[in-house]
Design a protein around this ligand. Sequence first.
Ligand code: UDP
Length: 241
Amino acid sequence: MKVEAKELIVEGKDKTVFATDSPDVALVRYKDQITAFHNIKRATIKGKAEASCKIASLLYGFLAEQGIPTHFIEDVSPTEQTCRRVEIIPLQFIVRNWIAGSAAKFLHVEPGTKPSNVIYEIRYNNNEAGFPIINDHHAVALGIVTYKELEELYAMVAKVNDCLLKVFADAGIDLIDFKFECGRTADGKLVVADEFSPDTCRLWDAKTGDSLDKDRFRHDMGGVIDAYQLVLERLTKLKEK
Ligand code: UDP
């Protein structure tokens, strides 16, 4: 379906969001831009927009099959999707099946350590505040969510994790950790409201342990687009099964 981009809603680091003719629908345009360390490190990688958009779209599809509500409507071009407009909740849930990245540093454990539980972290999505890790009580005190909504969110994020863990495992990939963001629809329902892709998930090849995500860019490992395309190829094969 052809959808025209109208006024700019938000210019993000890796995506731009536009209004459309329909007040309930936004157009999300992925960029070939890759950023890390809160935008300190930046580059353009040809083909990244298309790979990320297609991966996100496949993952939204797998979530929908499990009855998990997301803002995604449909792909409108290789690098554009339409999404329902929702009120974004300024929290990032970080889900860790294995300990890596910043958690390996602050918990002082080897990256790749498998904890006996799944670790859930909440971060306040606020640039001026420096994206701090906060707890449930802080989130309620800030008026961002109610305790009841938090309960619902933890249940949703656990369901997302179960679904994505299995999807990636079937693709020969360990889902080490990921970021989850959500939004509130006009009638107060909570829905997943951000992409899952190698930009927002840490993905390690289950056989080789190779990094197949943004860490390749963060740590100058090279082969960024090859990794994104490998993830896309494996998920596409799964979808076709
Ligand atoms: N993440 C993200 N956006 C952020 C912060 C983290 O998508 O602003 C993702 C990141 O890609 C990783 C997971 O959340 O898959 C956990 O990130 P971590 O806390 O280890 O921070 P990082 O290593 O990115 O500094």
